[in-house]
Design a protein around this ligand. Structure first.
Ligand code: PMP
Length: 447
């Protein structure tokens, strides 16, 4: 078949499957024997050493081995803050001069500077909760905080496509874990009914606590959570709601406040709001926001707060400054423009891909756009052919997705211009024809 020949893929099938175990290695060596020559690493975006070109808003990647610039369609740089910014960057540099790169201390051992205190106030205010706690890493926020919130005797009901950090946090908690069908409120209700008798008061249940864990925008699906329905089911069955907003905070909602704002959900109805600063804010770290009592409790008990070095001060400053820009507190309308731009870009790119006949997952307004490839062996063909034409896309497969649901995942940024997107669409369309992944008839172009 053409795509197979086009990319000389044979040797890469084991890698595409994402199965790096002993047997796959043996299979790989056998294939290598058959070809009578070593098979080198494929030049995919995921294997290459790249430099981010941050003075152009992280829009392009520079491949260091073979110097060429590629349009970056893989970064979570939703608002274009992963770059030099006229308001944020001077302040980050100032904070570096004042505090340097690290406190080299945990929050409770002298690692709380004035910036850390300010950051937690700014974040709580931004997400609409009374208090927040910030950690140095988003992944750890889920994996270390879930085990503090719930343990043996508790029940976690988790969306089937929740992120690995949630899965690990849930497993580490010792609570009983049940999974409901991805973003399907009726199935969540079914699972809840199976685990609690009708009308049973919270104190008489077999569970010490029930937490339902969902994401705002699903990172591999680009889908927006059916939060209003989920919140009302949780109210009915008196379960707590834990919402991971890694991909939605700062990216959606009229003022960037995430899915609650987008879908009109009262933040008071979401018990634990989690998110990361590695996407829309161009920084690093994660947060939990909730009631004052919850955050106070976490500050005394959470290992990621007690035993881990506090977030780097310049990273904290970047978050504070970018939130100020988003809210217009820098005295400009750049924040509002960025929010309008990410929405326009996302909806334009998604609809153009659909018109071309691709199967694109996710919802309007979501900057995450998975293009279905299905066959895991098409992964390197797609990403390599795009890369040859200077468009860098991230491809994902098992174990990040089910084995036969491989996809290319496009992340659109407010920093992409219309010309960038037109160029990317042309490349994706050509490669899509070559690899055979246009599953629907293309819409005729309007004259
Ligand atoms: N939650 C979700 C839904 C994610 O997609 C990610 C990573 N992309 C994380 C948590 C972990 O965040 P970080 O990369 O900031 O550590």
């Amino acid at each position: 078949v053409d795509w197979w020949k086009a990319s000389n893929l044979q040797g890469y099938a084991p890698i595409c499957l994402g199965l790096e175990d002993f047997y796959i290695r043996r299979l790989y060596l056998r294939i290598q024997d058959c070809f009578g020559r070593p098979i080198s690493s494929p030049p995919d975006a995921w294997f290459d050493v790249v430099e981010r070109v941050s003075n152009d808003n992280n829009k392009t990647l520079k491949r260091t081995k073979k110097v060429s610039r590629c349009l970056n369609l893989g970064s979570y740089n939703y608002l274009g803050f992963a770059a030099a910014d006229e308001y944020c960057t001077p302040r980050v540099i100032e904070s570096l001069k004042k505090y340097f790169a690290s406190t080299c201390s945990s929050r409770v051992d002298g690692g709380t500077t004035a910036l850390h205190a300010e950051l937690e106030e700014v974040v709580a205010d931004f997400v609409g909760k009374p208090a927040s706690l910030v950690t140095g890493m988003g992944y750890v926020t889920n994996s270390a905080i879930l085990p503090v919130l719930i343990g043996k005797g508790g029940l976690i009901i988790s969306d089937s496509l929740n992120h690995n950090s949630i899965v690990n946090g849930a497993r580490g908690s010792g609570a009983t874990i049940r999974v409901f069908q991805h973003n399907t409120p009726s199935h969540l209700e079914k699972v809840l009914r199976e685990h609690i008798a009708d009308g049973q008061p919270r104190t008489h249940r077999p569970w010490k606590k029930i937490i339902v864990v969902v994401e705002g925008i699903y990172s591999m699906e680009g889908e927006i959570c059916k939060l209003p329905e989920i919140v009302s089911i949780c109210k009915k069955y008196k379960a707590y709601v834990y919402l991971d907003e890694a991909h939605s905070i700062g990216a959606v909602g009229k003022t960037g406040r995430g899915v609650c704002e987008l879908l009109g959900v009262d933040t008071a109805d979401v018990d634990v709001m989690m998110g990361t600063f590695t996407k829309s804010f161009g920084s690093c770290g994660g947060y939990i926001a909730g009631s004052k009592e919850l955050i106070q409790y976490l500050k005394y008990t959470c290992p990621a707060h007690l035993y881990a070095t506090s977030i780097s001060p310049p990273a904290a400053q970047q978050i504070i400054s970018s939130i100020k820009v988003i809210l217009g507190k820098d005295g400009s309308s750049r924040g509002a423009q960025k929010l309008a731009q990410i929405r326009e870009n996302s909806n334009y790119f998604r609809s153009e891909l659909q018109k071309m006949g691709f199967e694109v997952l996710g919802d309007n307004d979501s900057p995450v756009m998975p293009i279905m490839l299905y066959n895991p062996a098409k992964i390197p063909a797609f990403s390599r052919e795009c890369l040859k034409r200077n468009v860098a896309v991230v491809t994902v497969a098992f174990p990040a997705t089910p084995l036969l649901l491989a996809r290319a995942r496009i992340c659109i940024s407010a920093a992409h211009t219309r010309e960038d997107m037109i160029k990317a669409l042309e490349v994706i369309s050509r490669v899509g024809d070559m690899v055979g992944i246009k599953y629907f008839p293309a819409e005729p172009k309007k004259a």
